[in-house]
Design a binder for this molecule. Structure first.
Ligand code: 1PX
Length: 215
């Protein structure tokens, strides 16, 4: 809002939380992962209510993870690695079909993890785009290459409609509140390797435990 003294939302801070995600021995801190997503959801909400069916689902998943962290077994939900170990060793994950554990941390995080791949692809397209590039097209291409493969037709259709009302590249860059386009591009260049590393580490962990298709 104009004239307000409160710190303006900046995507830079959000992407910085992904820097804090990695521990020294390359484990992924759940707390920072979750706050990264919180910031992204805030950004999404600032784009308008057409996107609320998307942010609602993300918020729901964030809340499930937060509940695990604050629950009586919260001590096991410090890193993604410790969460996976704990839930697997205690039979808390539905591995082949949905059953007694529809809200396991593992299946919930997997949904955000897949969305992180979309983010990585989308941001890379934004980074290398030019003034004539269309955000809707970049977003749809990134989606089709990643998340769409895990979504039923009706969700893909709704997502496609939402992409069409994305602001153009210039307005989009302004909402990011990072500065002039060159600065946005530079920030993306810094943030992308971090996001990519977090994604890669999680992907290898899930693949190692055969959990890439959790129901
Ligand atoms: C500078 C760019 C920053 C943009 C930040 C945007 C943040 C986007 C946050 C998206 C989070 C999406 C989480 C989706 C998780 C999911 O796949 N859920 C589905 C499966 O869950 P289930 O529990 O049933 O197994 C669920 O069915 C999802 C439904 C909602 C629709 C998801 C559409 C995802 C489109 C992602 C692209 C977001 C476009 C934002 C445009 C900027």
């Amino acid at each position: 809002s104009d004239g307000s003294v409160e710190q303006k939302f900046s995507l830079r801070e959000v992407l910085d939380t992904f820097r804090q995600c990695l521990s020294e021995n390359k484990e992924v801190y759940l707390q920072h992962y979750v706050s990264g997503w919180r910031g992204l959801v805030k950004f999404l909400n600032s784009l308008g209510s057409v996107f609320s069916f998307i942010s609602k689902d993300a918020v729901n998943k964030i809340q499930i993870l937060v509940n695990h962290q604050n629950g009586e077994n919260g001590g096991h939900y410090i890193t993604v690695q410790s969460m996976v170990k704990y839930e697997l060793e205690n039979g808390l994950v539905d591995l082949t079909k949905r059953g007694g554990h529809p809200e396991s941390g593992c299946r919930t995080l997997l949904r955000l993890h897949r969305a992180l791949r979309w983010l990585e692809l989308f941001l890379e397209r934004l980074r290398t785009s030019n003034e004539d590039s269309k955000t809707s097209v970049m977003c749809a291409d990134a989606y089709n290459e990643s998340l769409a493969q895990h979504h039923p037709w009706v969700v893909r259709k709704a997502a496609g409609v939402a992409f069409c009302v994305l602001p153009g590249r210039q307005a989009f860059f302004e909402v990011m509140n990072v500065g002039p386009p060159e600065q946005v591009v530079a920030m993306l260049g810094e943030a992308l390797p971090l996001i990519s590393e977090v994604y890669q580490i999680t992907e290898e962990l899930y693949s190692h435990h055969n959990m890439l298709d959790l129901p």
